[in-house]
Design a protein around this ligand. Structure first.
Ligand SMILES: [Ca+2]
Ligand SMILES: [Ca+2]
Ligand SMILES: [Ca+2]
Length: 656
């Protein structure tokens, strides 16, 4: 590494010109002309909490580079600072100080080396207005998770891009199927009808442009291993690019703009742990320590997530968890390298600022050093205080999940600052209870661990995501069981997350079968399940059930914000009340048994008054129930649930 140096003022010709003298130590007489092929980030903002911004510039023959001039038609306000060039002259790190009053517009930056000069353009962008953006999601929201490639193909012209031809084949489960941003835009009314208020979409980075011959799988059981594609979005080759199969940056910005106009927030999926094995960094590292290891020599990930907090783990075991390459293939970014750390933090802030996302979903939390998460989350909050982070820690142990939540300092003295996590513990319990028919008591037992979390109410319960078989393909699963599971996630504490297709009771085995195309989203589909007429009777039953649950969440703030009290607990029956402010308690009652059940809830601690009349908003119990001696007796058919509440809010009655 070649660190520098002296900043001295240059002649002011086109705006502010600066000369920066780099170390001459590595200047080479026979050096070829420099060139610049990539500037990351391509733009930044005046008045940003990160200043200077550090540019990572890819090129050739950059040895001995100095910034000769920063020129602008719009005026100055940009000064070059630190310059470092890597040993092979292929990457240059450059600090740009952006004055608070720097006017938006392009800046022409000239780099000079002994071999010549190269220019590139850097944009001082106009910041997006903060109102209506960067909102974060809350328990008032219902999140819907979309795999863009599998949801809706709104623009067939991008299915076989010139940049990455031959990756589109709807007959192959690990190839692109054509879904895109336009398809999501087209389906916003559908999402609104379902009651969705936030969407999480898989990473939009520019992904691998070729068939992946490193990560191969059989396409039929027992068949030969075949190449795959990064249709899922988790194989970035450019963290500042947009995947061309999904659309353009402008189309992504339009998607977020239109979603916001429809009252739907957008959560960006990000990855800080690894890249595509085809990322240019793998061949040419910006720093020698850019990755943990090299393609030839690296650790293999042991998936031992718990070693993060295991006082008995060896250092070697912990390192394999943090530094090991996933499936021995995905290059593992080294967040202990200061340049990598800065790059990743700026990258997150750039996407938020350039597109106006409301929140971030972050991949693979436990495989990245926790002090990185601390710094990364702090940087997000410094610029966007309301933007929150949904972290993926794929584990059913509340002790491990809670260890990462904001407000909890671990034995490593680090608060990772992650606002909320996927509620895998309730996920596993609800699959066991409502699909496999095991005891429903498991749910209450899992929730008994909520004391471990600084904010259990911020968790994100879900029935399924793209990494496990769908509910309907679990052994023993029924539509009744699916509806029970959906009733649970829509009425327990937290912000519920729905996986596209689960509203249709879509089946699906393990990845990639759990990522089937949404019927009606693709040219030539025989039916259109985005419409009532295009759905089967069963699909409409489940869709209508979820829609009703969404309506009840909107109507009853207790379901969104209330505290939670278990009011009944038995092997196959359970009930909990949600209580908030002056609203009457809302009680969700489950009978998970295969036969009807009559049981009595004790509601004395729910605030419901004697003789209060309760109705079942799911319509399973037809009669009005009454609170008698602090108790309510319910009779539920097999595999059914009720949502009981007083007919009108108490406050409304008082006012009336
Ligand atoms: Ca398309
Ligand atoms: Ca691509
Ligand atoms: Ca890692």
């Amino acid at each position: 590494m070649n660190t520098t140096n002296v900043l001295r003022p240059g002649p002011a010709r086109l705006g502010l010109l600066l000369l920066l003298v780099a170390s001459a130590a590595q200047l080479c007489a026979a050096q070829g002309a420099p060139s610049v092929s990539k500037v990351e980030p391509p733009s930044w903002w005046a008045g940003h909490s990160v200043n200077p911004v550090r540019l990572l510039i890819r090129g050739r023959n950059l040895e001995g580079a100095r910034v000769e001039a920063v020129a602008s038609v719009a005026g100055g306000g940009v000064e070059a600072g630190l310059v470092r060039v890597n040993q092979r002259g292929t990457y240059l790190f450059l600090d740009l100080h952006v004055a608070r009053d720097a006017r938006p517009g392009p800046r022409q930056i000239r780099i000079r080396t002994p071999g010549g000069a190269a220019d590139f353009t850097f944009e001082i962008a106009i910041p997006l207005a903060k109102p209506g953006r960067f909102l974060g999601f809350t328990t008032d929201d219902v999140i819907y998770f979309i795999m863009p490639d599998r949801f809706s193909d709104g623009d067939p012209s991008n299915n076989n891009p010139a940049k990455s031809p031959g990756l589109y084949d709807r007959a192959r489960p690990r190839f692109y199927h054509g879904g895109d941003f336009q398809g999501i835009i087209d389906r916003l009314p559908y999402l609104r009808e379902l009651g969705v208020t936030a969407i999480w979409i898989n990473p939009v980075y520019d992904n691998t442009d070729r068939q992946d011959e490193k990560e191969t799988y059989p396409e039929v059981e027992g068949g030969p291993k075949r190449p795959t594609t990064a249709y899922h979005g988790y194989g970035a080759i450019d963290f500042y690019g947009v995947e061309e199969h999904y659309g353009t940056m402008a189309k992504l910005q339009e998607l977020v703009y239109r979603a916001h106009a429809a009252g739907i927030k957008v959560i960006q999926d990000q990855i800080a742990n690894h890249t595509s094995p085809y990322h240019p960094w793998v061949e040419e590292r910006p720093t020698p320590t850019w990755f943990y290891g090299t393609p030839e020599s690296h650790l293999s990930n042991n998936w031992q997530k718990w070693t993060t907090m295991d006082p008995h783990a060896t250092l070697a075991t912990r390192r394999r968890n943090l530094e090991g390459w996933f499936i021995d293939i995905l290059p593992d970014l080294n967040q202990d390298d200061e340049e990598v750390r800065r790059y990743l933090i700026q990258n997150t802030l750039w996407w938020l600022g350039a597109v106006g996302f409301d929140a971030v979903r972050m991949d693979t939390l436990p495989h990245v050093p926790r002090d990185f998460w601390r710094d990364w989350t702090a940087a997000i909050k410094a610029e966007y205080p309301s933007v929150n982070v949904l972290g993926e820690l794929f584990d059913g142990d509340p002790a491990l999940l809670s260890y990462f939540q904001r407000g909890r300092t671990g034995h490593d003295r680090i608060d990772a600052g992650i606002d909320t996590l996927y509620d895998f513990p309730t996920h596993y319990a609800l699959r066991d209870a409502f699909a496999k028919g095991e005891s429903v008591r498991k749910l209450a037992q899992v929730l008994a661990h909520d004391h471990l979390y600084p904010r259990p109410e911020a968790l994100v319960p879900f029935v399924g995501v793209h990494d496990m078989l769908r509910f309907m393909s679990e052994k023993g699963a029924t539509v009744e069981g699916l509806k029970l599971a959906q009733t649970f996630v829509m009425t327990t504490r937290g912000t519920p997350l729905l996986y596209y297709g689960d509203e249709l009771a879509m089946p699906g085995g393990p990845d990639p079968d759990n990522r089937r195309d949404f019927p009606g989203g693709f040219p030539g589909d025989r039916r259109n399940a985005f419409t009532k007429a295009g759905r089967t009777a069963v699909e409409n039953e489940v869709f209508d059930h979820l829609k009703l649950l969404g309506q009840l969440r909107r109507e009853l703030p207790a379901l969104r914000r209330g505290s939670l009290l278990h009011v009944y607990d038995d092997e196959q029956q359970t009930a909990f009340a949600r209580m908030w402010d002056t609203w009457p308690a809302v009680i969700t009652v489950f009978n998970n048994d295969t036969k009807p059940a009559t049981f009595t809830l004790d509601v004395t601690e729910t605030g419901l008054r004697e003789d209060e009349r309760l109705t079942d908003r799911l319509g399973v119990i037809k009669d009005t129930l009454r609170v008698k001696d602090g108790r309510v007796t319910v009779t539920l058919p097999a595999r059914s649930a009720s949502i009981l509440t007083a007919p009108r809010p108490a406050i409304a009655r008082r006012d009336a």
